[in-house]
Design a protein around this ligand. Sequence first.
Ligand code: 0X9
Ligand code: ZN
Length: 301
Amino acid sequence: SISFNKFHRFDEINAYLDTLAAQYPDLVQLETIGNSYEGRELKVIQISTNRAASKPAIFIDAGIHAREWLAPAQALYIIKELVENVENRRLLEKVDWHILPVMNPDGYEYTHTDERFWRKTRSQQDGCVGTDGNRNFGYHWGEIGASSWSCDDTFMGPSPFSEKETISVRDYILNRQREIKLYLTFHSYGNYLLYPWGFTSDLPYDDSELRGLAENVNAAIVEAGGDSYEIGTSTNVLYAAAGGSDDWAKGVAGIELSYTIELPAGRFGGFNPSPTEISGHVQQTFEGVVVYGEYIANKFA
Ligand code: 0X9
Ligand code: ZN
């Protein structure tokens, strides 16, 4: 198992995934979906029972933004609960889970070794280092809320999907477009349950379904003792910013249920919860993930 009283380095996280794959061969498969700019392996863990059956799938990523450390911790906790807690086996029977716990490992490691509040990838650009992965997806790319200056934290990249990390996620999702029914991307911070669109204030045609599901997720988190989330479209609740993975998942990949989850802030610094704060947050938020899982199981039964 793995602890939730500290933030783990990338190698520890991958070692944990390898351990699970070895211990639970009937439940777990690992797939390296690409490498980061600096060559780190992007490993998706696939969690499923009765693998042969064709089931709806949920794709989850975390850590596209390097400094948002609670996000990979959350993904790791979801993995731990789904694999190691037998009480959660029912969540695997009707749904397959695909989880990429650290989407931007170069940036994540850099926040451990050099600069705690680094956000972007670590690719060399014309001028500065790094692209904002969440401005780099190819749907209404660069239209609003993104910078074309490589030194900015919200640099959109020289072209859509200029980053190895965003290419890898794009291709993995496109290869499973029909199965994946829900896309969740974990960020921090601020307690927001966001859904498309982030490039326009127009509401998606299925606003009421997206909102209704988020309200049920929030209710479960609050019931578990978590703070309430603000719910709505990215543009209307937070700000307009194009090139996000959530908008691309819905607008291009056709995954209608697509959410950005902005996890709670740390008490003494939003991106930087103290290690003692991790376990409460990840446990509470997991109860919301259960609601997502049950919704997908029922809707596509
Ligand atoms: O700006 C972002 O990428 C996200 N907020 S964060 O503080 N974690 O950086 C919000 C993204 C919401 N989705 C879109 N704008 N598409
Ligand atoms: Zn973020």
